[in-house]
Design a protein around this ligand. Structure first.
Ligand SMILES: Cc1cc2nc3c(=O)[nH]c(=O)nc-3n(C[C@H](O)[C@H](O)[C@H](O)COP(=O)(O)OP(=O)(O)OC[C@H]3O[C@@H](n4cnc5c(N)ncnc54)[C@H](O)[C@@H]3O)c2cc1C
Length: 376
């Protein structure tokens, strides 16, 4: 048994997953977060654990491993979760063509996907708009959690299960010689320190961030009312624009042509990086988004026209019982600009920065953290 001291900075999903992996390896783990509870990207997302978006091989396997850890942790912690799967919908022949190609490809890879025709979909999912519907690609790999609930309950569970200690409201302002400093008042030493501080590039190792191929992405999101009479969508839903969003879809031969059509007909959607997905949580509420704006500093305000674009597009493929808007917000995640899917660097002895998971942190963190921790 190792029994070394480890510190993790940040209690978002990357920090939680890292703390878990370190504790399982035998470290005595303490987590510090600047807020009284994690309120970063990890509670602002769809809660989609989304293997379908990951390309074959290392990343898909990492997503499946993460999903399995999520399932185990949710069961252990009493966190609501649903093996909802996902349904990508086609309303145009070129979208159906891409879905057909993906279905062939994914089936060859052994993924649990199937192509559904219009009647299959209408019979099973009354949340789907049948007008002009051609078909869809269903995958059963995907899972949904309610991110607010999950990220707030995991710490208590990890304390009980792995003895991980959490310190809230503690902003780590400096690290040197394997010691973290919280202002001038506290310092703590550890053998290993992980910096999992999400979109904060400015506080710890700003010079390391300045040298990284990394930027930030702001996304707008909305929550619609809890649906009446316990009505459920039955799966997570995506419109055609999502096909140009995920790396795993890029190998479809007809994708480039589809993207050209979107560019010509719906240029504003591409300009604002809007594609539309919907997940439903345990309370019956619908989370719908999103958009993508890139930069190092954003104005803090949400743009009403982007929310309208998202809702308008959603209404093309979804028939919900209640579209009342309950909440809207934005989230910011770091995004690598060199096409890589994560960064793990050591800015000084015993310290590691893990970041850059972009729009897939909920999907990949548990698996990635196990890989990183087993390699150090
Ligand atoms: C709108 C939106 C939708 C998304 N949808 C999905 C999805 O459905 N599926 C999916 O897989 N991924 C999704 N993602 C991506 C995913 O949410 C992120 O990849 C992930 O949450 C990043 O986790 P993190 O721990 O790095 O960051 P965060 O959750 O932001 O956590 C960082 C933590 O570090 C703390 N911190 C920072 N600096 C310090 C410091 N100096 N001292 C102490 N604490 C500090 C902060 O307080 C914060 O709690 C989405 C992201 C967004 C924004």
């Amino acid at each position: 048994m190792v029994n070394k001291q480890a510190i993790v900075i940040g209690a978002g999903i990357v920090g939680l997953a890292t703390a878990r992996a370190l504790a399982i390896k035998g470290h005595s783990v303490t987590v510090f977060d600047r807020s009284q509870q994690a309120v970063g990207a990890s509670i602002r997302n769809f809660g989609m654990i989304w293997p379908i978006g990951q390309p074959e091989g290392k990343l898909y396997n990492r997503a499946i491993r993460s999903r399995d850890v999520w399932k185990e942790a949710c069961e252990g912690a009493g966190i609501w979760h649903e093996a909802a799967g996902s349904l990508h919908l086609a309303y145009h022949a070129d979208e159906m063509q891409v879905l057909t190609e993906l279905n062939d490809m994914f089936n060859q890879q052994g993924r649990r996907v199937s192509l559904l025709d219009k009647s299959d979909i209408i019979q099973k999912y009354d949340a789907v708009n049948p007008d002009n519907l051609l078909g869809g690609l269903y995958s059963s790999d995907e899972m949904v959690v309610d991110p607010g609930e999950a990220i707030s309950k995991l710490p208590e569970y990890f304390t009980k299960e792995y003895g991980i200690e959490f310190n809230w409201g503690k902003c780590v302002s400096y690290i040197a010689d394997q010691t973290i400093y919280i202002g001038n008042e506290e310092e703590h030493e550890a053998d290993t320190i992980f910096v999992c501080s999400g979109a904060d590039f400015e506080t710890l190792y700003p010079e390391a961030y300045a040298a990284m191929p990394i930027t930030k992405c702001k996304l707008q999101m909305m929550r619609l009312a809890s649906q009446p009479d316990n009505w459920r969508t039955g799966t997570s839903l995506c419109g055609g624009l999502s096909l140009i969003h995920y790396n795993s879809f890029k190998t479809a031969p007809s994708l480039a042509e589809l993207k050209d059509r979107y560019q010509n007909e719906s240029g504003a959607y591409l300009d604002w990086g809007v594609h539309v997905m919907v997940s439903q949580n345990g309370k019956g509420e619908l989370t719908i988004g999103d958009s993508h704006e890139y930069g190092l500093t954003f104005d803090p305000f949400d743009k009403a026209f982007i929310n309208k674009m998202i809702l308008d597009y959603g209404k093309q493929f979804a028939c919900f019982k209640d579209w009342s808007l309950m909440e809207s917000w934005n989230g910011i995640y770091p995004k690598l600009t060199n096409g890589e899917t994560e960064i793990c660097i050591s800015p000084e002895k015993g310290v590691y920065i893990v970041n850059g998971l972009g729009g897939a942190g909920m999907t990949l963190s548990f698996g990635l953290a196990e890989e990183i921790v087993s390699a150090i």
